[in-house]
Each structure stands twice: as C-alpha cells, then as structure tokens.
Design a protein. Structure first.
Length: 239
C-alpha cells in the first residue's frame, strides 16, 4: 500500500454478496466495485436510499462483514497500512482497540454494568489515568443530557433514545483515528442531535477521519465534507 499523507482509508473495488442459506443458498448481491478514499479531518457521508448497501460498507470497514473481493486499507496511528479484507481476527481486534471506532444504531453491552462504567471503560483505552477517563465519561454523558441520576444504572433500563446517547458517548470517549457512524442521531431529539453535530465537528478539527450514514438531512448537511452516492455501487448497474 503506497503511503499518502492525505488518506486514512482507501477502498478499492470492494464487493459483497450475501448467501441466503435459509432460502436454498440464493445469492443476494449487496454492493460491487466500491472505491473511494477518505482523509484526516473529513466526514464522508454515504448517501442513497435504504437497502442500497450503506451499512454493509461500514461493517466491512470495521471487519464485521468480510468483503468477497477488493481491498479495504486503513492507516493506524503509527502510519502503517492494513488491509481489513486480508487481516487476521487478532489484527482486526487490535485495530478496533486503537484505530477504528464504531457507533451503531443499537447498544450492545454487558448486562448490569452502569452507564458511567461503560463509557469510562472505553475512555480508558486511550487515557492512561483512570480519573481522567472517568472525567471524560462524565463530561460526555452531561453534554448528551443524560440525567446524572441514571449514570449508575445499567442501560438496559433506559429508553431507546437514552440508550443511543450511551452508545454515542462510548463511541466518542476514546480517541480513534477513524470513526464509523451508522445513524447515530436516529432516535435523538433536536437538542441532542445538535450535541452530536458538535462532537463530530470537534473530531474533524482533531484530524479524525469519519465515515457516516445520516438519514436526517439537516444533520447530514451540517457535518458532511462530501457525500458518496452508494447507488453508484449497485450490483448490475450499467457501466
């Protein structure tokens, strides 16, 4: 992989087909020949209608889905490049610990762990001092307007919007060079959508590379450095 100071992620001819084993092994093509780059300080938004493959692209970058073809090259903090498609599970875990963050649409955490401890644990991955990490977690929860009385409770008792705020706080608690956002504002009110916009803008100024999906047009237009229409990568499209 050639080095470039203006790139943090490069997708080259990435394709994915799902095999529907419960339907007789029918192939369901998702995307084909996905190619784009993203650099530090950018928020690249994946656009297009639902079902066109936006979330699949994010999950391939994160390593949840394995691409069938192509390369997904990401650069870590030391400047070394890694191809997610060819990487071992151990290498992908290391990249998640230090390089790639991900905020999904759903909160998945260990039961009975408090909201504050969940966010603090993520902050600890990039903060050497435990008190500093806990302070960062408290600041994020306060900024996202989660009442302090809830901080000591497990998120399983929270509403959907409250759980998503924990999800966002956890995603922004640690410093990652790459941040993937899959509909982070979908279940938030207007005030908390504004907080998320501010958090994204802060990360852009810090040089973080962000790739996101936002169905809310106001949020998308505020944070997008550019928009990539994923319908361009639809299987069977005319060349």
């Amino acid at each position: 992989m050639r080095d470039s100071g203006n790139e943090q992620i490069r997708l080259t001819d990435v394709s994915k087909t799902f095999v529907m084993h419960l339907q007789g092994g029918v192939d369901l093509p998702a995307v084909q020949d996905v190619s784009f780059v993203a650099g530090p300080g950018e928020c690249v938004v994946l656009g297009g209608p639902s079902g066109v493959g936006k979330s699949s692209i994010l999950k391939m970058i994160y390593g949840n889905y394995l691409a069938d073809a192509g390369r997904i090259d990401v650069r870590d903090g030391s400047g070394s490049w890694h191809d997610i498609v060819a990487a071992s599970p151990r290498s992908i875990l290391r990249l998640r610990q230090h390089t790639i963050g991900y905020v999904s649409q759903f909160l998945r955490v260990i039961p009975r762990v408090s909201a504050l401890d969940i966010v603090t644990a993520e902050a600890r991955s990039s903060e050497a001092d435990a008190d500093t990490a806990r302070g960062k977690a408290k600041d994020l929860l306060a900024r996202l307007n989660l009442p302090e009385r809830l901080w000591g409770l497990p998120p399983s008792t929270f509403s959907g919007g409250e759980q998503q705020r924990i999800n966002i706080a956890r995603g922004f608690a640690a410093h990652r060079h790459i941040l993937l956002l899959d509909e982070p504002t979908a279940s938030l009110d207007a005030a908390n959508r504004c907080v998320v916009v501010d958090l994204i803008e802060e990360r852009k100024r810090q040089g973080v590379t962000i790739i996101g999906i936002f169905h809310d047009p106001d949020v998308r237009d505020q944070v997008a450095s550019r928009i990539i229409d994923v319908t361009a990568f639809a299987p069977g499209r005319a060349s």
